[in-house]
Structure formats: C-alpha cells, structure tokens
Design a protein around this ligand. Structure first.
Ligand SMILES: [Zn+2]
Length: 151
C-alpha cells in the first residue's frame, strides 16, 4: 500500500517547477508574433485603423472602435502618462515574487490607447497621475520609466 501511494506521488506534476516559465509572458501566436518580435528589438507597436483612424492596444485583428478589419501595425512614440497604479507587495507567482514591491500601472499612450504595464525605477513619491513616462524594455517586455526632466 505504501508503495502504491509513493507511486502515485511520483506521477504528480508540480504546479510550478523551479525552472518553470514566468507568468508575465504571453505565448506569441501567428498574429501577435510581429508585436513580440518588435518588442524584443526595443520597439513598441500599436494597431491603427485605416477606416476610422484610431489606434488601439492590445493588438486586435479588427478595430475595437468601428469593427473594421482595415487595421495595420505602426510604431508607437513610446511616450505615455501615468493614469493609475498600484504598488504590489505580495505576488507568489514567478517571476513576480522576486520583484516585489513593484508598480503595476495603467498608462495613457500618447497615441490614445490605454495600456496595462509596469513602471520601473520610480521612487514612491514620484508616482502621480499624469506623470510623464517613456517606454523601455525588460527582456522583450515593454515597461515604463519616468521621463528624464519630469518632476
Ligand atoms: Zn476603426
């Protein structure tokens, strides 16, 4: 009986192996591959609609404003302002656990779309609604820093 129990335990798949991939990276598919390849090269891409002219983010194959499928990629300026944020002190999922405390944020991109991201390198006192930010990349993932000269 003890052997049977041990055998069952041996087949148990751990929820998170020590070298499990992080939970902060989506797996690119055929559509989002262009976005992640550009991010890996330090470029933030947006989607802009050829019918109504509005940009959107996250990337979709149709325009969320007018439903047109006449939508293409363009490079974003990388400039944004801080809309809101939350300082996260507890997150047990890798790789977030090693980053706490970190600043989960929603930013307004200069081109219009609102984006969920992270603000890095900012002191608590620097964070305020409307703070000027610019994009940077951490291992191919866009995050934001305070713009030099701001505040
Ligand atoms: Zn549109």
């Amino acid at each position: 009986m003890a052997d049977l129990v041990r055998g069952q335990r041996a087949r148990t798949v751990p929820v998170t192996a020590p070298d499990a991939p992080g939970h902060d990276r989506p797996e690119p598919d055929a559509f989002t591959l262009a976005y992640w390849e550009a991010a890996a090269e330090g470029r933030l891409l947006l989607r802009r609609c050829g019918a109504c002219g509005l940009a959107h983010h996250y990337p979709r194959e149709f325009c969320p404003h007018c439903w047109s499928e006449d939508v293409g990629w363009e490079r974003a300026s990388g400039l944004a302002t801080l809309y809101t944020w939350s300082v996260v002190h507890r997150n047990d999922l890798p790789p977030f656990k090693g980053r706490t405390p970190y600043v989960a944020a929603v930013v307004d991109l200069a081109e219009g779309p609102r984006m969920m991201t992270e603000v890095v390198g900012a002191a608590d006192g620097d964070l305020r609604a409307g703070a000027e930010l610019r994009v940077t990349f951490r291992e191919g993932v866009p995050v934001f820093v305070m713009r030099a000269g701001d505040g």
